[in-house]
Design a binder for this molecule. Structure first.
Ligand SMILES: [Zn+2]
Length: 248
């Protein structure tokens, strides 16, 4: 039986919830927006899936994030962000979604450029910006160039501060992304269970020699301490975002 389960998990027909270990049929999980029906664990999803479940039918037109009109092979390079003009429950916005499945959603020069362009697109089009973040932080392989993206993105946000911005923190958003543009939105939302922080708990414990309290860096703790405005279930994201977008 265990071997059968392993086989079914391997070919993707069944998925195991990392929180409650329940084995779920993947199509059922997908129908439930990748949320475990037993414990409400929100599975991590990639940018493509996120856009599909958020936007209206044909409500997403991709933006050029490279600054080049013609890409090699006609497709933009893969990276940890996708963005476009979007319609969410009838409300227009610029939607940018980070992708943790691509190199841990790390922020390198490409992502920095893309974030700056996203801010400028929103300003040019005079529409609010909705940013879904998922990142392990700065792409450290790019050294100082990676770190510089924190300053660049903060500067771009400051220069376009009149554009309403909503950040939705998804699991996990840490390091240089949480510590730069992501936290500079007008409304800060998070998915249930999302980890949001700067350094990881193990690093903090090793450095400070202090045992961290339960729930450290979890969305509910950050909400209780006033960092977040609301925690929104994936099933209510479309309606919540569109009601906020109506304000602007
Ligand atoms: Zn579960």
């Amino acid at each position: 039986m265990t071997e059968l389960l392993d086989l079914a998990k391997k070919d993707g027909r069944w998925s195991e919830c990392p929180s409650c270990s329940e084995i779920i049929i993947t199509t059922k999980l997908k129908e439930n927006l990748w949320v475990c029906s037993h414990c409400n664990h929100h599975f991590r999803i990639n940018a493509k899936e996120r856009i599909a479940l958020l936007c209206d039918q044909e409500g997403f037109i991709g933006l050029d994030l490279t600054g080049q009109t013609v890409h090699q092979g006609g497709v933009p390079p893969e990276d940890s962000i996708r963005a476009g003009e979007a319609t969410i429950d009838g409300q227009k916005c610029i939607l940018a979604v980070m992708d943790f499945t691509f190199k841990g959603g790390s922020m390198g020069v490409y992502l920095g450029n893309a974030v700056v362009r996203v801010f400028h697109y929103a300003q040019e089009m005079k529409v609010p910006l909705v940013f879904f973040t998922a990142s392990g932080g700065v792409r450290i392989q790019e050294g100082i160039w990676g770190l510089l993206q924190m300053i660049r993105t903060v500067h771009a946000r400051t220069a376009t501060e009149k554009i309403p911005m909503i950040t939705v923190f998804t699991d996990p958003t840490t390091g240089g992304v949480s510590a730069s543009f992501a936290s500079l939105a007008d409304i800060l939302l998070a998915e249930p269970g999302a980890r949001i922080g700067f350094a990881g708990p193990r690093v903090i414990e090793a450095t400070t020699q202090v045992t961290l309290p339960p729930g450290f860096q979890e969305a509910r703790t950050l909400l209780a301490h006033g960092f977040l405005d609301r925690i929104v279930s994936r099933h209510e994201l479309r309606s919540t975002l569109s009601s906020f977008l109506r304000w602007f």
